[in-house]
Structures are given as C-alpha cells and as structure tokens.
Design a protein around this ligand. Sequence first.
Ligand code: SAH
Length: 288
Amino acid sequence: MDEVATSLKPPDDALRGGFRAPVPVIQLRGNSGNPGVVALVGAGPGDPELLTLKALRLIERADAVVHDRLVAPEILALAPPRVLRIDVGKARNRHTLPQDEINALLVRLARAGNRVVRLKGGDPYIFGRGGEEAEVLAAHGIPFEVVPGISAANGIAACASIPLTHRDHAQTCIFVTGHLKDSRMELDWPALARARQTLVVYMGLLGLPHLCRELVAHGLPGSTAAAVVERGTTPRQRVIVGTVETLPAIVRAATLEPPTLIIVGDVVNLRDALTCRSAGVQAACMAE
Ligand code: SAH
C-alpha cells in the first residue's frame, strides 16, 4: 500500500528550494515491509549525458533522491515525478544540511524501507565525502552500493582538450583538494612541484595564489602551464589559461564562479593543438 509521510513537502518544493532541517522523512511510496537500500551514485561533472546507464536505472527506480547542489537539473528531471527529491547541497558558506544530518537522513530513509539514491557530483568517492556516508551506512547495517561517476578531473580535462597523462609530458597525475584551512593548503609541496606530472586541484579557486606561490617556491618553473576551468563540461564552460606565475592575476580579472577546477602541468599546452580538432569532429558528429 502506498504510504506517504504527511509532513514532507511535495517534491517540487524540495527541488526548488531545498530542504531545511529538520527533515522528518519516514516512509515514501510502495515499499513498506521491504528492507531499504542506498545507492551512492556519481552524477558526473555537469553534462547530463555523462551520467552512466546504471545511475539512470537507479534514479528511475528510486523512492527518494538525495542530491548535492552540483547535480544538474536535467539529471534530477530524469527521476519520475513520484520520486521525492531532497536537496542537501552545499554552497560555500551556505550549508543547507550539515554532513551528519545528511548521514542520519540516509539512514532514516533506508530504515523506513525506501530505495534511496544519494546522488553526488562527479564520483562519490573522489572528494565527495561519499566514503564517510558509506561508513555510516555500513555502521548501521544498511545495504548500500556505490556507482562510480566521471569525476571532475577526467571529465573536465577531456572536455577542455587537456590530455592529463599524455606520455610525452606527464607520467603521474595527482588529484588534490585545494580547500583552505586557516588560509593555507596543507599539501606535500615538494611532491607536487616535481617535473613531468599533472596536478589537478579540486576546490582550489580561493587558494590559487597560495597554490602557485608554493609550487614555485618548491621548484616548479613559474613558466609551467596552468589552467582554471569554470563549469566544466557544461555549455557555460570557460577555460582560463596562463602559467603558474601569471594565472592568479588572470583569474582575478576574469571573476570566475564555482565550480572551478585547476590543472597544472605541461599537458595544458596541448590544448591549442587539440581544441580545433575536437571542435571540428564534434561539429561533424552533431551535423549527422
Ligand atoms: N565528487 C566530485 C568532486 C566534489 S568536490 C567529483 O568527483 O568530481 C567539488 C569540486 O569539484 C568543486 O569545488 C570543483 O573543484 C570540482 N568540480 C566539480 N564539478 C565541476 C565543474 N563542472 N567544473 C569545474 N569544477 C568542478
């Protein structure tokens, strides 16, 4: 029998405004008696077509989709109208729901017998706190699975014509978080400043000047190419290119908005040669 918690807002409200705590979700539709399950699903970097088939199947069958701010509206629209959408997304300095409440919400929804899709930008296990959510689910004995997604690093680099590990230029590719702690990034600078590698920095826009300064101070030539990609893989993608020395000033003048991804390394120089070609191929494919 269908049962819907009366205290829930209708799905459309949840989609538009996002839920504010407390979230008294108990039981959704048609699943009473069945054990609940959670899928931690990667939604990819922005372009809805980069969603996996597995993610799509789970979204279509979900009772509830608990999603982040970075998940594209086109992806949320793939959920049938009966599916409850809960926006727990975070904008910098504007937390909608703290992480421990998100964890508790997933547990509550699953315990009530729902098929929950926890939809996260990119890949759930890359800088997305998916690991923490999985730990909580495991600790509570909630069955869960993890569906990988295309992460910002590889999705955005490919769409911005930057081959992260072109073998003539990089033998290593390192993903780091540039999140600032007390105005500093606590990173292994000597390791990051090595030659013949590509560095991809998530959440690094605010710390870009600090990042570039530390890399040069630890031996990376200031002339090393570097790029910031804003809203990668979407129609509003912007790619700002410079060097480790020049990029902070260029970015300041460009007034970028999150989400942005920083890529540092000689592979950024290949962009010019590869951009025309990929644009041409794309145009040809689209025309068919
Ligand atoms: N789990 C996600 C990352 C979450 S952290 C993944 O695998 O991609 C969020 C950070 O990812 C953002 O601050 C930004 O640095 C990066 N990011 C995500 N989507 C992006 C996009 N479309 N364009 C640029 N950067 C993006």
